[in-house]
Design a binder for this molecule. Structure first.
Ligand code: SAH
Length: 350
């Protein structure tokens, strides 16, 4: 049987060094290769012009350079947001988004092709999970968008399709490569990972001692309501999720972000704002946090709608009065295929 080729762009510099030295080459070759892979981002081994021919031959025989094919791109005329649809080497499709803010460019990447968490308001859950992405497939989304625009990417958010902590090993490898000083060297402080609340993996991530931001998808002020929206709440009680958030802060010193998607008539009443304030006070015990209110992105198959602007403002005010740090997420790219996962869905469900 033919041996599977190495996914060379998913290797850390240490692993690459071990591999190259094992081939009888000198150590410095690993660093040269690493730079070709992560700085110049070549798509072909022959472009690594400072390497000996024999080494190039071995690399092309034993390794692959994972490439994403750009199938579609939509650019917003309103705010410069760009949504990309990429095809993975095995034919699966993923979405990535470029958002241009005053403080810099941010790329939102997918961590899985599909998702198995089943949140009731989310488009990505509709088709189930195909598979988790490799580290190189996550990296390539950032690299490709950087090359496509010719602009610097300063922030990365893992908030696209998929549950990142359901693809833990690849996620951690991706973060190491993305923030490595020999590569793109994105600051860990500018990386955010969003989770629906897989408690054991939240503890593991806290123990990695990264300085990335953790965002917790809360969406409800109590366990009962959360269960109605998110099947993951059957597995982990809200109080345990909140305890894991506290632990995350204690280990990393990073303020946790809570995402709260506002759905008309479901979780947007003044009593919900009151319950949310009480929950954060009771469970966080002074740990600093930030609440990001997201008017729900209506997904055709789901039926949730956005609250009226006045109710959103009232919700925000109530939290503020209770001393909670809160923002309303500015909607970007409203004119390009609405909610997360919908561009992908349009292409895969025809
Ligand atoms: N699985 C991870 C990350 C992907 S989703 C998580 O659950 O956090 C990124 C964020 O978008 C999550 O907070 C998710 O709950 C939210 N989201 C998904 N569908 C949405 C929709 N239709 N409207 C508003 N927010 C949505």
């Amino acid at each position: 049987m033919e041996q599977e080729k190495r996914d060379i762009r998913s290797l850390t510099l240490e692993e690459l060094t071990e591999y190259v030295v094992g081939l009888g080459e000198q150590k410095f070759r690993a660093k040269q290769i690493y730079q070709w892979l992560h700085l110049k981002q070549v798509t072909d081994f022959d472009r690594m012009t400072n390497l000996p021919k024999s080494l190039l031959r071995t690399l092309s025989e034993e390794c692959v350079l994972v490439e994403l094919k750009k199938e579609a791109m939509q650019a917003s005329k309103q705010d410069g947001t760009r949504k990309y649809l990429f095809i993975l080497p095995d034919g699966n499709r993923i979405e990535s988004v470029l958002m241009r803010y005053k403080h810099g460019n941010s790329v939102c990447i997918s961590s899985q092709a599909g998702c198995r968490m089943g949140c009731r308001f989310c488009a990505s859950a509709l088709g189930g999970l195909a598979r988790g992405l490799t580290a190189s497939e996550m990296l390539e989304q950032v690299y490709r968008i950087g090359r496509d625009t010719g602009e610097r990417i300063s922030n990365v958010v893992v908030m696209g399709t998929g549950e990142p902590l359901d693809n833990y090993e690849n996620l951690v490898r991706f973060i190491r490569l993305l923030t490595d000083e020999n590569g793109l060297h994105i600051s860990q402080r500018n990386v955010t990972v969003s989770t629906c609340g897989l408690v054991p993996e939240m503890y593991r991530l806290a123990d990695e001692a990264f300085s990335i931001t953790l965002a917790l998808s809360l969406h409800a002020p109590d366990q009962e309501k959360r269960r109605q929206l998110m099947p993951v709440a059957e597995r982990y009680a809200l109080s345990d999720v909140m305890m894991a958030c506290r632990y995350y802060f204690e280990q990393t010193g990073r303020r946790v972000t809570f995402e709260y998607s506002l759905m008309k008539g479901f979780n947007d009443a003044p009593k919900d704002a009151k319950a949310l304030s009480a929950l954060l006070k009771r469970e966080l015990r002074g740990v600093p946090c930030h609440v990001n209110l997201i008017p729900v992105n209506p997904v055709r198959e789901r039926g949730y709608t956005q609250p009226d602007a006045a109710d959103i403002a009232a919700f925000k005010n109530k939290l503020e009065k209770n001393g909670i740090n809160v923002t309303i997420r500015r909607e970007m790219g409203r004119d390009i295929d609405g909610a997360c996962g919908q561009l992908r869905r349009r292409y895969t469900e025809q």
